[in-house]
Design a protein. Structure first.
Length: 381
């Protein structure tokens, strides 16, 4: 009763269970019920719930230093910046507390650099279906939205007035829709031809989620700026902007200190990055992802849904004739947590450490949930 009453003091509706403990791919609620978590905080919990490596790292660092303040820096911050640059082939890194601020910072850097090269370049191009609200880019005098995966429309938008193009290669909020190879490679070519800055929003697709450290590797492209989100620190509030080339060279002059010299969070980032870069880790992610894709595809065909979308361990399951929220509730009743990408599409983003056994158990529980939703309700007179 105390928990139920306490919810009244929390703004915003929370329909899910009251969770008190987590380990790996599992969550437990206050009543002791276990849930197999294939949402993992929108995929931000890259190593799952409460991984031992992360807990040990946080304990050790918390005993030494948490945050030295805005004007100072920490060894964790320096180490993570250096290791990210080395792993991603970048020259400069800046940190922020979340993906929205990271993308806003990337846009700011792009506009400043483009404006210095060409004063007429003041337009920011965003893609329809993106999770980003143009309002956060207040520094942009013009924001133009164009259809996603429409190279002709993008070509019309990238001219001498275009400063930057911000692309989310895997659009979660649109239903986990990936960019086509032709589109992303074409976007890079158009930006190079017109001198526009290419920004890739990898806040959901980066840090190994798609089987490579960065999803740009799958497409054979190289962004001028890219952003990483909560997966960088295993679900803790840390994000990053990586800068390359001439933009990186002037970033120091354009970027005042705006993020504390985090010691605790950046040390978590160092631990997560080291894990993702272990020799066999990404190979295991790709192997389990293939298992997940094959199993979901079979399940979708059996129930008349699909086709699947996504890369690696970020998958979207379009539903035919069913509401994603209804299937999500039915799955929760079966002890399974999945996300909703949009009204007719489920999102699955398990921990990168998810096992083959977890995948099989998820398929059984999701199958029961789909069957439950399909059953006609019996009206009681």
């Amino acid at each position: 009763m105390r928990d139920a009453m306490a919810r009244l003091h929390l703004m915003g509706e929370r329909s899910g269970p009251l969770c008190v403990r987590g380990q790996g791919s599992w969550l437990w609620d206050a009543e002791g019920r276990a849930y197999l978590d294939f949402d993992q905080n929108l995929g931000a919990n890259s190593l799952g719930h409460s991984p031992t490596l992360l807990l040990d790292t946080l304990r050790r660092q918390a005993e030494l230093l948490i945050s030295p303040g805005l004007e100072q820096c920490s060894r964790g911050q320096l180490k993570l910046a250096a290791q990210l640059c080395q792993a991603a082939g970048s020259e400069r890194t800046a940190f922020s507390s979340d993906s929205v601020r990271a993308n806003a910072l990337a846009v700011r850097l792009a506009l400043q650099w483009a404006g210095a090269q060409n004063p007429a370049a003041e337009r920011l191009v965003l893609l329809e279906g993106s999770h980003l609200d143009p309002a956060v880019f207040g520094a942009a005098s013009q924001v133009l939205r164009v259809p996603f995966n429409d190279l002709e429309a993008l070509a019309a938008a990238i001219d001498s007035r275009c400063a930057a193009v911000l692309i989310e290669p895997l659009q979660q909020s649109a239903g986990v829709v990936p960019a086509t190879l032709e589109y992303l490679q074409g976007a890079q070519r158009l930006c190079r031809e017109q001198g526009a800055v290419l920004i890739l929003d990898e806040t959901s697709s980066g840090m190994g989620r798609c089987g490579t450290l960065l999803v740009e590797e799958l497409y054979g492209v190289r962004a001028d700026l890219l952003t990483l989100g909560g997966a960088l620190a295993g679900g803790l509030p840390l994000a990053a902007v990586l800068a390359r080339g001439s933009i990186a060279a002037q970033a120091d002059a354009e970027l005042p200190a705006s993020f504390p010299g985090e010691a605790l969070l950046t040390c978590a980032g160092v631990a997560v990055l080291a894990t993702v870069l272990e020799s066999s880790f990404l190979g295991q992610v790709r192997e389990v992802a293939e298992h997940l894709r094959e199993g979901l595809a079979q399940l979708a065909r059996r129930h008349g849904h699909g086709p699947l979308r996504g890369h690696g361990l970020l998958m979207g399951l379009p539903l035919i004739g069913q509401a994603a929220s209804a299937v999500q509730r039915a799955a929760r009743e079966q002890g399974l947590l999945v996300g909703v990408a949009r009204g007719d599409c489920l999102r699955l983003s398990p921990a990168l450490t998810v096992s083959h056994g977890n995948v099989e158990e998820m398929l059984r529980r999701l199958g029961r949930a789909l069957q439950r939703v399909e059953q006609p309700r019996v009206e009681v007179a």
